[in-house]
Design a protein around this ligand. Structure first.
Ligand code: PGA
Length: 256
């Protein structure tokens, strides 16, 4: 893998401040080396961003912190929303955008994902752009077209340097939180198609340099097979990121 791997823990709506601090401390106690070989990202709830960053800074751990969502407007009457400037001010380097749970439950669309990605890169942050098909789409045999269209829409209007700040996370909806992982071959087929789509949208060298993560029931038992695939550069992990030992095993898998 020529690209620097990334292991991102997506905590979703889990962990109060004390719980977040304990988990971060447990992770940092176990991981104090080789930061230059892997990017570790913790995607935590807004309320825990600052406490988690404080622990990482205190422990001198180079992990990055990301929000799980962000709004594209700078400021104003948008009750309940959080701007890019706000997460940047706290110290976030990324935000997840377009997670399937947000697309399904909170009305996120390809268009809003694109607006969020644009706002993030304009501020110098990166977007972790989630794409992935439902079981219906997979059964219909249109997965590659569907996922590549999501990628194209998410990156529409971004320049090459802006796209290079971003990461794509391929997360088949049917594999998220279900314990049903895509086989390495299934995941690789889609990740390779995503890379080809990025090459068509930008250029081959840009696509070669961008990281594509797999997400969906990734765990210490299946991580090696997934990371062994040519176009899989890491993971976006939900369940297995909520316990320090399993998350640390996933990070270590990136160092093999
Ligand atoms: P999971 O979640 O690892 O629990 O399947 C992944 C995700 O939704 O990012």
């Amino acid at each position: 893998m020529a690209r620097k791997p990334m292991m991102a823990g997506n905590w979703k709506m889990n962990n109060t401040i004390p719980e977040a601090v304990v988990l971060t401390q447990e992770i940092s106690n176990r991981l104090k080396y080789e930061w230059e070989k892997v990017d570790v990202v913790l995607c935590v709830p807004y309320t825990a961003l600052k406490p988690v960053l404080t622990v990482l800074e205190y422990d001198k751990v180079e992990a990055k912190v990301a929000s799980q969502n962000v709004f594209w407007e700078e400021k104003g009457a948008f009750t309940g929303e959080v701007s890019v400037g706000m997460i940047k001010g706290v110290g976030c380097k990324y935000s997840v955008v377009g997670h399937s749970e947000r697309r399904e439950m909170f009305g996120e669309t390809d268009e809003t994902v694109n607006k969020k990605a644009k706002a993030l890169v304009a501020a110098g942050l990166g977007a972790i752009v989630c794409v992935g098909e439902s079981l219906e789409v997979r059964d219909a045999g249109t997965t590659l077209d569907f996922v590549c269209a999501q990628v194209k829409a998410a990156f529409a209007g971004l320049s090459v340097p802006e796209a290079q700040k971003c990461v794509v996370a391929y997360e088949p909806v049917w594999a998220i939180g279900t314990g049903r992982t895509a086989t390495p071959e299934q995941a690789e087929e889609v990740c390779a198609a995503i890379r080809a789509a990025l090459a068509a949208q930008f250029d081959a060298a840009t696509a070669e340099g961008m990281r594509i993560l797999y997400g969906g029931s990734m765990n210490p038992g299946n991580v090696d097979m997934l990371l062994a695939q040519e176009d899989i550069d890491g993971g976006l992990v939900g369940g297995a990121s909520l316990e320090a030992p399993s998350f640390v095993q996933l990070v270590q898998a990136c160092l093999k």
